[in-house]
Design a protein around this ligand. Structure first.
Ligand code: ZN
Length: 344
């Protein structure tokens, strides 16, 4: 059983973008606002958007199940007000639920949350509850910087976030730390802002994690994209924690913080699996996502991360953890949903 804990619906039918265009136009001109949240997308359109992309790649690459969320760069929490965010998250999550309904053995949902920079987290909490209880989702993406690359908000360990964390713990869902698109010209969205978001969140967990995870011992995070710069600079982070008398990172953070394998070359994954304990690594590819092309040197897709892992000669027990059992541990609702759907 191979579970990909990080996939996005980047291939959604064009009606979703038309809705979004109208929604954004409606911010300044109310007459252009979409009249309904019904996108008018048929099941056949959804099938066409999945069969030739995510489902085809699952089959070709030999993976079984993807934890599937709306396109991360599309969340754009910095645009529009709370109502715009709520409507946008709802239509995106409902579309994910339809994909999961059509392909129950291949996709399980994770939510986009309607965050607003510095704003009330009430709508994000309500949408999380709706997606878990009504749509059967098992996780969520939490944007550590809803300002889109301006970093105007509070660190992830600040009490500002606590109401959301209370709900995540109550519902038994982990969060993936996931920024959205950058509106800061200095930061390329997927090349700089994503990796910066991962690294920044981890450093916030170092400085504020002692209190955060004392307050929420059950709160669980996945830091995606291989943890940004963290594995490569593990010595720096470990040293900073020890200098600050915070103890070893394994004790401070690794009961609550996990890393995925969205690293697009073999040496990167070799480093990740050497530095981070196998118990804290979850298989992921982020397909179809940041890097869509084929590596001319190998003829393989850059985001076919299973191929890199297969080259590492990991022990079978470690592979089993990375590909399957760690996901079942980190997503407590996953096993139940898989059983209901007859998966595995
Ligand atoms: Zn992603």
């Amino acid at each position: 059983m191979i579970i990909d804990c990080h996939g996005h619906y980047t291939t959604a039918p064009k009606e979703l973008l038309t809705f979004r265009d109208q929604q954004l136009a409606g911010i300044t001109d109310k007459s252009r606002k979409p009249s309904s949240l019904d996108l008018g997308i048929t099941d056949d359109q959804i099938r066409a958007s999945i069969d030739n992309y995510q489902l085809k790649f699952q089959k070709e690459r030999g993976t079984d199940l993807t934890i599937f969320s709306p396109r991360a760069a599309g969340m754009a929490h910095h645009i529009g007000d709370a109502q715009v965010q709520q409507d946008w998250a709802r239509v995106c999550n409902d579309l994910i639920a339809r994909v999961c309904g059509l392909y129950p053995k291949n996709f399980i949902g994770a939510a986009q949350l309607p965050q607003v920079p510095g704003g009330d987290l009430g709508p994000a909490i309500a949408e999380l509850e709706r997606t878990v209880k009504e749509l059967g989702f098992i996780g969520c993406n939490v944007n550590p910087d809803p300002s889109g690359g301006m970093w105007t908000g509070k660190p992830m360990t600040d009490r500002y976030w606590y109401p959301l964390y209370e709900k995540m713990v109550e519902l038994n869902v982990p969060g993936m730390v996931h920024v959205s698109n950058s509106c800061n010209a200095c930061f390329h969205t997927t090349g700089a802002h994503y990796i910066n978001g991962d690294t920044t969140a981890f450093m916030q967990f170092i400085t504020g994690g002692q209190q955060l995870f004392k307050d929420f011992p059950e709160l669980t995070w996945i830091v995606p994209h291989g943890g940004g710069a963290v594995p490569y600079h593990w010595g720096r982070y470990r040293g900073l924690a020890l200098d600050a008398k915070l103890g070893e990172l394994t004790e401070l953070l690794l009961k609550n913080v996990y890393f995925d394998t969205c690293v697009y070359h073999t040496p990167g994954l070799e480093l990740l699996t050497k530095v981070i304990p196998t118990d804290n690594i979850l298989f992921a590819s982020e397909m179809v996502g940041a890097v869509k092309g084929i590596d001319p040197n190998t003829g393989n897709y850059f985001d076919d991360t299973k191929k890199y892992l297969d080259q590492l000669n990991l022990a079978e027990a470690d592979k089993k953890k990375i590909f399957e059992t760690n996901a079942l541990k980190v997503f407590p609702l996953l096993g139940k949903v898989m059983k209901e759907r007859g998966i595995g």
